[in-house]
Design a protein around this ligand. Structure first.
Ligand code: A3P
Ligand code: MG
Ligand code: MG
Length: 379
């Protein structure tokens, strides 16, 4: 990635190292900053060959789960090659495309542009003291762009994933395959109904295929555009407010004892809530599976009601803590990343001993905005 830039606008010297303390969760409790209802500003499909289409060809519809056995089709599991780093490329294209379609430039500008998954990590950080992450940031035209930098630890973990771990990851995708369909369910001919259901059971999963949206929202004083994958829609896409029909599909261990209940409520519900809340996805459908990959129960959760399940319980989590913390981090990033120079990147790390976030200027290494984004073009 080679970007050239006009340095006449540069006014400060990059710093070497800044830190942001991560305090006890109590310190972030209290009233939360305003989080505006997210609005969809664009959507796009990525096909099996990772080609991007600005249409709904890969949008799936929710269709009642059938089959139960999540192991079926594992031999046909196609996993996206994650060693091919795609940075923010498709999201940047989606923003450029949205800018072309809109007459109101405000809707496509923001203080931050990033993936929803990165915001999820930020929200959960005060409660995740042993899950490291590394982000990379850069600033251009008064917008801070943030992408994930795969840690060496994570790469190693993935390379060493056992067949069992790969199978368990497949279960999540298989649940999605068994709960969705490419055509609107109400258009299925009654005579073919059984056939359609049956045909899904042996199917595999291809994680190259995605349907993504770009949403815009505001947290405190920072506007944020996020790219997010949408698992499926409850019905036809509704033009004015598409988000309200989207559904996030999740799997989780079927709860049989107190320890499992605690893990589910303390860790799983926190992540389910953060992920869907951020993108304004109102419904999470959870498939509870056993240790052999069989679904025992499917439950629908209303995203906004998830925090109520853990509210006021000792050792659980509080959504205000997540939002206050993330809000302060965004303010810290905005105060410190001041130069509009997309050829300079900053690395932000959360790691052992879990006391602070550390930001370093990494100079001209790892530049990640695309030339076509700077030029206002879509490939
Ligand atoms: P589950 O979340 O049901 O386990 P998503 O739910 O975000 O749409 O992701 C779909 C599936 O991708 C997940 O299903 C899981 O199987 C897999 N997946 C997502 N993020 C992962 C991660 N960080 N590590 C391993 N697998 C992951
Ligand atoms: Mg998904
Ligand atoms: Mg999902």
């Amino acid at each position: 990635r080679k970007l050239s830039f006009d340095y006449s606008t540069k006014n400060t010297q990059p710093f070497n190292r800044k830190t942001f303390p991560v305090l006890h969760t109590d310190r972030y409790a209290g009233s939360s900053p305003v989080y505006k209802q997210p609005r969809e500003i664009n959507s796009y499909s990525i096909d099996a060959d990772r080609r991007v289409w600005f249409d709904d060809r890969e949008l799936k519809y929710y269709f009642k789960f059938t089959g139960h056995n999540l192991n079926l089709g594992f031999d046909k599991f196609i996993k996206r090659d994650e060693s091919l780093l795609e940075h923010l490329d498709t999201l940047l294209d989606a923003v450029t495309d949205a800018r072309r379609k809109t007459t109101n430039p405000n809707t496509t500008n923001a203080n931050f542009i990033t993936w929803r998954g990165i915001m999820t990590k930020l929200l959960c950080t005060p409660y995740c003291r042993n899950e490291p992450w590394e982000l990379r940031a850069t600033k251009y035209n008064d917008t801070i762009f943030i992408e994930e930098q795969t840690t060496a630890e994570k790469k190693e973990k993935e390379a060493q994933a056992t067949v069992r771990q790969q199978l368990m990851s497949y279960w999540g995708y298989k649940f999605e395959t068994l709960s969705t369909i490419s055509i609107l369910p109400k258009t299925i001919n009654r005579d073919n109904y059984e056939e359609v259901i049956e045909s899904r059971i042996p199917e595999g999963a291809d994680t190259n295929v995605q349907y993504c949206v770009a949403v815009k929202t505001t947290l405190g004083k920072n506007s944020v555009i996020m790219g997010a994958e949408v698992d499926c829609s409850r019905d036809e896409k509704c033009v004015n407010d598409p988000l309200r029909n989207y559904i996030e599909l999740k799997t989780s261990r079927y709860v049989e004892n107190e320890k499992q209940r605690r893990t589910y409520e303390r860790f799983k519900l926190l992540k389910f809530w953060a992920q869907s809340f951020l993108a304004g996805v109102p419904t999470v459908i959870v498939g509870f599976r056993d240790d052999d990959g069989y679904i025992k129960e499917v439950k629908s959760l209303k995203t906004l009601e998830i925090p109520r399940q853990v509210r006021g319980r000792p050792g659980m989590w509080d959504p205000s803590v997540c939002l206050n913390f993330a809000n302060q981090v965004l303010d810290w990033l905005s105060d410190n990343i001041v130069d509009n120079d997309p050829t300079v990147t900053y690395c932000i790390k959360w790691q052992h001993p879990w006391r602070e976030l550390v930001m370093e200027c990494t100079g001209h290494d790892n530049v990640f905005l695309t030339k076509r984004f700077i030029d206002g073009e879509v490939s």
